[in-house]
Design a protein around this ligand. Structure first.
Ligand code: FAD
Length: 467
C-alpha cells in the first residue's frame, strides 16, 4: 500500500454509475474510495442532466397545460415566469439529491476524495485538488468518468451566447430566439423548456426526422405538436457556420431548399456527447482506450487489465443513467467475487418531451435493416378513455412480436407518461412474455397502461374495433 490512502475498490467518478458501484462495493464489505473532481456528488445526471432537466420540463408542462386547457372550458391568464425563482426551485431539487448522496456515502463509510484523478500506474492514482496531490493505491478500480458535450469546430463555443445543455440548464435568462442544433433527446427536451418559457425555438436536424433512433410513427405525434409551437423545424439540414456578431449569432443552414442565413440570440449545441476515456491517464495503467475515448469492456465490465473495470457513458452507447447504474452494480459485485454478468436483454430509451417518446427492444427500423419480419400490434390513444380525459389523443402504443412464437421483442410508445408505460414492456421482454400474457393481464381502467394491453389484443385479433 504505497498511497496516502488505500482502497480495496477505487471508483473514479461519482455519477449514477460511480456512486452506485461505490455504495454496492461498500455494502458488500469492501473498503471503497470515491474520487470526484466536483464538490457535489451525482455526476452529470444529478447536477446538469436528468434531474434538473426533468424539473424544468415539469415546469414547462404546467405552463403548456394551462395554455391548452384554455380550449376546454377554462380561461387562464398566462403564467408570469420568475426565472430566478424557477432556477432556485430547480437547484433545490438537485441539492436535495446530491446532499442525500453525501449522507449515503458517509453512512456506508465510503471515503470521498475531491480532485481530478489520473492513473499513475496499474495500481495507483494521483488526485490533484488546488495544487495538492493525494496518491491512492488500489486493489481494484472502477472507471466511471462519464462524458461531456461534443463541440463543433465551426462554432464559436467561447461566445457566451453559444451554450450546451449545462448552459441551458443554468437558466440565466429567456432568449427571444433560440436555435437548438441537434434534434435528439437532449436538444428537444431543452427546446421544450424554453418554448414554454416564451422563447421562439427553431430545431435543426441533419437526419430526415427528429429523434433519429426511434421509429417514425412514434416520433410523428411529437413532431406534429411541436411544429405548431416552434418557429421552425428543419430536417435534412446542416449548419455549416455560426459567426458571433453584435446583433446575434449568424447561422448558415444548408438544407433541401438550398442555403439560408438567420440570426439567433442563443444557439444550443446538442449534437451528442463524447466519452472522457482519453483524459484519465489510462495509458499509465495499460488500459486500452479507442480513438473516440471509449473504454472496451467484457460482459463483466472488465477492461483489458483484469482488475480495472469501466462502466457508464465511458464504455459506450446508450449513454443513459439507468444503464450506468446497472453496470455499476455488476462491476461492484464482480469486484467482491460474485459471479455476475451484464445480461440485460433491453435498455429502454425515453425523450421526456410533451408528448413523451419511449421505446425499448427492437424497433421497426432495426427489424427492417436485419430483414426480420415482425408481428405488430398498434393501439391509437384516440380510443383510450383516459387519454381523451387528459385532453390528449395523439398518443400511440405499438408492440412488436417475434413472428415465430409471438413473444414481445420491442415497443414504441408516444404520449403523456410514455416513459413510465414502457417499463412494463421492458419487464415483458426480460420475462419472455408473449402477446397472450400481455393481452390477458388485467390492467386497471381507465389508465394509459391499458394501451399496452389493447395493443397486444390488437395483434392477437381479440379486439379489432376501436370505439
Ligand atoms: P457521469 O454522470 O457523466 O459522471 C461522471 C463523473 O466523473 C462526473 O461527476 C465527472 O465530474 C467525474 N469525472 C470525470 N473525470 C474525472 C477525473 N479525472 N477525476 C475526477 N472526477 C472525474 N440519462 C437518462 O437515463 N435519463 C435522462 O433523463 C437523462 N437526461 C439527461 C439530460 C441531459 C441534459 C444530459 C446532459 C444527460 C442526460 N442523461 C439522461 C444522460 C445521463 O446524464 C448519463 O448517461 C449519466 O450521467 C452517465 O452516468 P456516468 O456514471 O457514466 O457518468
Amino acid at each position: 500500500n504505497v498511497g496516502d490512502i488505500h482502497a480495496e475498490v477505487l471508483v473514479l467518478g461519482s455519477g449514477p454509475g460511480g456512486y452506485t458501484a461505490a455504495f454496492r462495493a461498500a455494502d458488500l464489505g469492501l473498503r471503497a474510495v470515491l474520487v470526484e473532481k466536483y464538490d457535489s456528488l451525482g455526476g452529470v445526471c444529478l447536477n446538469v442532466g436528468c434531474i434538473p432537466s426533468k424539473a424544468m420540463l415539469h415546469a414547462a408542462k404546467v405552463i403548456t397545460e394551462y395554455e391548452e386547457m384554455g380550449e376546454h372550458g377554462f380561461t387562464f391568464v398566462r403564467p408570469e415566469v420568475d426565472i430566478d425563482g424557477l432556477r432556485s426551485w430547480k437547484d433545490s431539487v438537485v441539492n436535495k439529491l446530491t446532499g442525500g448522496l453525501k449522507g449515503l456515502a458517509k453512512a456506508r463509510k465510503v471515503e470521498v476524495v475531491t480532485g481530478v484523478g489520473k492513473f499513475s500506474g496499474p495500481n495507483t492514482m494521483s488526485v490533484t485538488n488546488d495544487g495538492k496531490e493525494t496518491t491512492i493505491s488500489f486493489d481494484q478500480c472502477i472507471v466511471a468518468a462519464g462524458s461531456e458535450p461534443v463541440k463543433l469546430p465551426f462554432i464559436p463555443h467561447d461566445d457566451p451566447r453559444v451554450i450546451d445543455s449545462t448552459g441551458a440548464l443554468e437558466m440565466t435568462d429567456i432568449p427571444k430566439r433560440l436555435l437548438v442544433l441537434g434534434g435528439g433527446i437532449i436538444g428537444l427536451e431543452m427546446g421544450a423548456v424554453y418554448d414554454a418559457l416564451g422563447s421562439k425555438v427553431t430545431v435543426v436536424e441533419l437526419m430526415d426526422q427528429i429523434i433519429p433512433g426511434a421509429d417514425k410513427d412514434i416520433v410523428k405525434p411529437l413532431h406534429n405538436r411541436i411544429k405548431g409551437r416552434y418557429e421552425n423545424i428543419y430536417l435534412k439540414t446542416k449548419v455549416t457556420a455560426v459567426t458571433a456578431e453584435d446583433d446575434g449569432l449568424h447561422v448558415v443552414f444548408e438544407g433541401p431548399d438550398g442555403e439560408h442565413v438567420d440570426t439567433f440570440d442563443r444557439v444550443l449545441v446538442a449534437v451528442g456527447r463524447r466519452p472522457n476515456g482519453s483524459t484519465l491517464g489510462l495509458e499509465n495503467a495499460g488500459v486500452a482506450v479507442d480513438e473516440r475515448g471509449f473504454i472496451a469492456v467484457d460482459n463483466q465490465q472488465r477492461t483489458n487489465v483484469p482488475h480495472i473495470f469501466a462502466i457508464g457513458d465511458v464504455v459506450g452507447q446508450p449513454m443513459l443513467a439507468h444503464k450506468a447504474v446497472h453496470e455499476g452494480k455488476v462491476a461492484a459485485e464482480v469486484c467482491s467475487g460474485m459471479k455476475r454478468v451484464f445480461d440485460a436483454r433491453v435498455i429502454p430509451s425515453v425523450a421526456y418531451t410533451d408528448p413523451e417518446v419511449a421505446w425499448v427492444g427492437m424497433t421497426e427500423i432495426e427489424a427492417k435493416a436485419q430483414g426480420i419480419k415482425v408481428g405488430k400490434g398498434v393501439f391509437p390513444w384516440a380510443a383510450s378513455g383516459r387519454s381523451l380525459s387528459l385532453g390528449r389523443s395523439e398518443g400511440l402504443t405499438k408492440l412488436l412480436f417475434d413472428p415465430v412464437d409471438d413473444r414481445v421483442i420491442g415497443a414504441g410508445i408516444v404520449g403523456p407518461n410514455a416513459g413510465d408505460l414502457i417499463a412494463e414492456v421492458a419487464l415483458a421482454i426480460e420475462m419472455g412474455a408473449d402477446a397472450v400474457d400481455l393481452g390477458q393481464t388485467i390492467h386497471p381502467h381507465p389508465t394509459l397502461s391499458e394501451t399496452v394491453n389493447f395493443a397486444a389484443e390488437m395483434f392477437e385479433g381479440t379486439i379489432t374495433d376501436l370505439i
